[in-house]
Design a protein around this ligand. Structure first.
Ligand code: R5P
Length: 309
C-alpha cells in the first residue's frame, strides 16, 4: 500500500513505509511567489493511489502545513473518485474506488488549545480535527497533547505514542537512574518510560504564568548523584525543561537530559536548553536539530491498529 508524504514529514513517511514494507510516494509540493501552496500527485503514482488504501503522512504545523494537508487529501480524494472535471484539455472521468484514505499526523498543530481557557475562545484542536475528519476515513495521531480534544469525530482516531522508542533510546544512550515528568500532564507518558527502563519516577507540579514563564511547586526529589531524564510530549521554548533542570541540579542530580516526541524548539530554545541540560533527544515528528529517534515504529502501530492489520 502507498504511504504518501508532502513537504513536511518525508523522512518519517519513509520510515513508516519501511516499517510496514509499503511503497513511499512523494507528492510534489511547492509554493507560488505569493507563498500560497500547490500540491500534485505524480502521474506515475495515480494508479497505485486508486488501487489500494492510502496513508498520508502530513504535519499540521506550521499553518502552511494545514493547507498542504488539506490539499493533499483533496487531491487524493479526487483521483480516487475519478474526478477530472475542469481538467485543462478535458478527459473523461473515471470510476469511484470508494473510501480508504487515512491521515497520519506526526505533529498535530494547535493541540495545546484543547479546551476553552477563557470565554469566547475556539477549541482549536477540535476545530482542526473536525476539518480533517471531513477529508479522510481515519486519523492516526502521534503523542497528541490531550487526546480528549479529538473525541467524538466522525471518523475513527488512533492515538499512538513514541514513548516506547524514547525509552529504548534513553536506555541505550543516557542510562538514566530517574525519569521526571515536568508537569502533571506528562505523568502517563513519562511514567511509561520509567516503567520500560525500570527506574525511579516522579513528577513536578507546574503553573504556567504565560507562554514564556512557568513556576514549579517545590518538591523533594530523590535525585542525589542521579542521571535524570525529563520526559515530555513536546518542548517549545524550553522553559519547562530549564526550570525542571534547575530543581534537579539543586537537589544533586549529576546529569540531566531532556527527551520529547515533538521538538518545536522555538525562539532560541536550543541554546537555552544547552545551558541547562546535558542532552536533548527528540523524534523526527518535526524537522529539528535534535532529532535522534524515529517515530516510524509508533506510527506503524497506529496504522496497523486503524486498519486491523
Ligand atoms: C505542556 O503542558 C506541554 O506538555 C509542554 O510541557 C510545554 O508545551 C512545553 O513548552 P515550553 O517548552 O515552552 O515550556
Amino acid at each position: 500500500m502507498p504511504v504518501v508524504s508532502g513537504s513536511s514529514a518525508k523522512g518519517l513517511a519513509k520510515d513508516l513505509a519501511k516499517e510496514l514494507d509499503w511503497q513511499h510516494v512523494q507528492i510534489e509540493s511547492r509554493r507560488f511567489p505569493d507563498t500560497e501552496g500547490y500540491v500534485r500527485i505524480p502521474e506515475a503514482s495515480i494508479d497505485s493511489l486508486r488501487n489500494q488504501d492510502v496513508v498520508v503522512v502530513s504535519n499540521t504545523f506550521p499553518d502552511s502545513g494545514i493547507v498542504e494537508t488539506l490539499l493533499s487529501l483533496e487531491a487524493i480524494a479526487d483521483v480516487r473518485a475519478g474526478r477530472l472535471d475542469s481538467l485543462k484539455g478535458g478527459e473523461e472521468s473515471g470510476n469511484d474506488v470508494g473510501p480508504g484514505i487515512y491521515l497520519a499526523i506526526p505533529y498535530f498543530g494547535y493541540s495545546r488549545q484543547d479546551k476553552r481557557f477563557q470565554k469566547g475562545e475556539a477549541i482549536s484542536a477540535k476545530a482542526l480535527g473536525r476539518i480533517f475528519a471531513n477529508h479522510c476515513d481515519g486519523i492516526i495521531v502521534l503523542d497528541l497533547h490531550a487526546p480528549v480534544a479529538l473525541e467524538g469525530l466522525s471518523v475513527p482516531v488512533s492515538f499512538v505514542s513514541a514513548m516506547p522508542e524514547l525509552a529504548v533510546h534513553l536506555q541505550e544512550v543516557v542510562k538514566p537512574d530517574f525519569i521526571l515528568s515536568p508537569d502533571k500532564g506528562a505523568i502517563e507518558r513519562a511514567s511509561s518510560v520509567a516503567q520500560a527502563i525500570g527506574c525511579k519516577f516522579s513528577y513536578l507540579e507546574k503553573t504556567r504564568i504565560d507562554a514564556h514563564n512557568i513556576v514549579h511547586k517545590a518538591k523533594d526529589l530523590d535525585v542525589e548523584g542521579a542521571i535524570v531524564a525529563i520526559v515530555d510530549d513536546m518542548i517549545s521554548t524550553g522553559g519547562t525543561i530549564c526550570k525542571a533542570s534547575e530543581a534537579l541540579h539543586t537537589q544533586g542530580a549529576i546529569e540531566v537530559h531532556a527527551a520529547c516526541t515533538h521538538g518545536l524548539f522555538t525562539g532560541g530554545a536550543i541554546s537555552r536548553l544547552d545551558q541547562h541540560v546535558d542532552g536533548v533527544h527528540a523524534t523526527n515528528s518535526l524537522a529539528n536539530p535534535r532529532s535522534v529517534i524515529s517515530g516510524g515504529k509508533a506510527l506503524a502501530r497506529g496504522v496497523r491498529q486503524m486498519l486491523g492489520l
